[in-house]
Design a protein around this ligand. Structure first.
Ligand SMILES: C[S@@+](CC[C@H](N)C(=O)[O-])C[C@H]1O[C@@H](n2cnc3c(N)ncnc32)[C@H](O)[C@@H]1O
Length: 345
């Protein structure tokens, strides 16, 4: 045990070049706060490893069994307050979806003692176009959050805060925010004076959303919308009667949904074919870890998990079977400024 603890000290903030299962076995029980990873998908890519990389098994059952072996080790090494996040992609075989991620998640909860806390869906804003005229383009992937006790750390407030939501929506909604209300003010029976005031207050609310002071707002215009709070007496009703409109500003405590919308990221000079977005990993760190915690990625590829950890003041351990990717991940980490995203908790 002492040896294992001593060993752990030597691999903190390192990328280990080796096989996930073998390397995980050397890590002591209950020593990691978060395991987060995207294992190789089934029959998707050749990562060029000379050793037997996961994903190239002959059958789906063999693949799932190998993944579960890794998963069991992850379950062993996390603390009682810890969690495991696995991101998996699906696969068509003979024209039919295999539902690989769900088969894995079901197997994990049936065969180990974990709880499945959430399936967070990554909605890809720029999915890879596919040519099949008789299929829609797959544009989502699950990230499963598992915990091993009811005591898991979960900082919901920090997940997808106002600045993050704006970033994910900026391309689609940024320019259009509140736009419909201008048309509705024009179409309303408000006096010219009231219309002028309504537009100027609307512009103020839009700029508050854009600067992050509020999350969003709703506008109620007399004769266009239903009365706020069912028309009960109060400040809003009298505002509506006097000025012809009212603006309800919404900040904090927004509903935290199990969806992350963001594009597939491109990194200059990247040599890895399947990099997951730093933005998503950032959100999971905010949700599931504190500054100084230990995160581990058993299939670290180009090093994204470590990059985000270093920026956000978390410690990391990365495992990768392919030497070329190990070197690339180390380079990415060395070129970073430690703690450059320390405004995050
Ligand atoms: C989907 S990629 C991970 C990409 C990573 N999330 C990133 O952002 O770069 C999976 C990685 O697992 C590696 N891999 C495959 N079998 C492995 C094994 N048995 N042990 C460790 N790594 C393995 C592959 O070489 C590949 O780089």
């Amino acid at each position: 045990m002492l040896k294992e603890r001593e060993y752990l000290e030597t691999i903190i903030n390192q990328i280990i070049c080796g096989d996930a299962i073998e390397e995980l076995k050397k890590i002591p029980n209950g020593s990691i706060d978060l395991v987060i990873t995207s294992p190789p998908y089934f029959h998707q890519r050749d990562y060029g490893s000379e050793m037997l990389g996961i994903g190239n098994e002959k059958t789906l059952d063999e693949y799932l069994n190998n993944l579960i072996k890794v998963f069991r080790e992850c379950q062993r090494i996390i603390k009682p307050s810890g969690s495991i996040v696995f991101n998996l992609g699906d696969k068509y075989e003979k024209g039919s979806l295999l539902l690989v991620p769900y088969r894995f998640a079901i197997k994990a909860i049936q065969e180990t003692n974990v709880k499945l806390i959430n399936e967070v869906t990554w909605v890809k804003l720029n999915p890879t176009p596919r040519q099949d005229p008789k299929k829609l383009v797959p544009a989502k992937e699950p990230f499963f959050i598992f915990a091993k006790s009811n005591n898991y750390y979960f900082n919901k407030e920090c997940f997808l805060g106002p600045a993050d939501s704006r970033r994910t929506k900026s391309k689609r909604a940024g320019e259009n925010i509140g736009k419909k209300y201008f048309d509705q003010i024009n179409d309303s029976n408000l006096s010219d004076e009231q219309k002028k005031l309504a537009k100027s207050e609307l512009l103020k609310a839009i700029s508050e959303v854009k600067s992050g002071r509020i999350d969003s707002f709703r506008m109620k215009i007399r004769g266009i919308h239903s009365m706020p709070y069912g028309g009960q007496n109060g400040g809003r009703k009298s505002h509506l009667e006097k000025d012809g409109f009212t603006i309800i500003k919404i900040s904090g405590n927004s509903i935290k949904k199990d969806i992350i919308e963001c594009p597939v990221e491109t990194i200059r000079g990247n040599i890895h074919p399947a990099v997951y977005p730093e933005f998503i990993i950032q959100q999971f760190f905010k949700l599931l870890t504190k500054r100084g915690d230990m995160v581990l990625d058993p299939f670290i590829g180009s090093g994204t998990t470590a990059v985000v950890a270093k920026r956000m003041g978390r410690n990391f351990i990365g495992i990768e079977i392919n030497q070329k990717y190990c070197l690339y991940a180390r380079q990415r980490i060395d070129n970073l400024c430690e703690g450059s995203d320390l405004e995050f908790v």
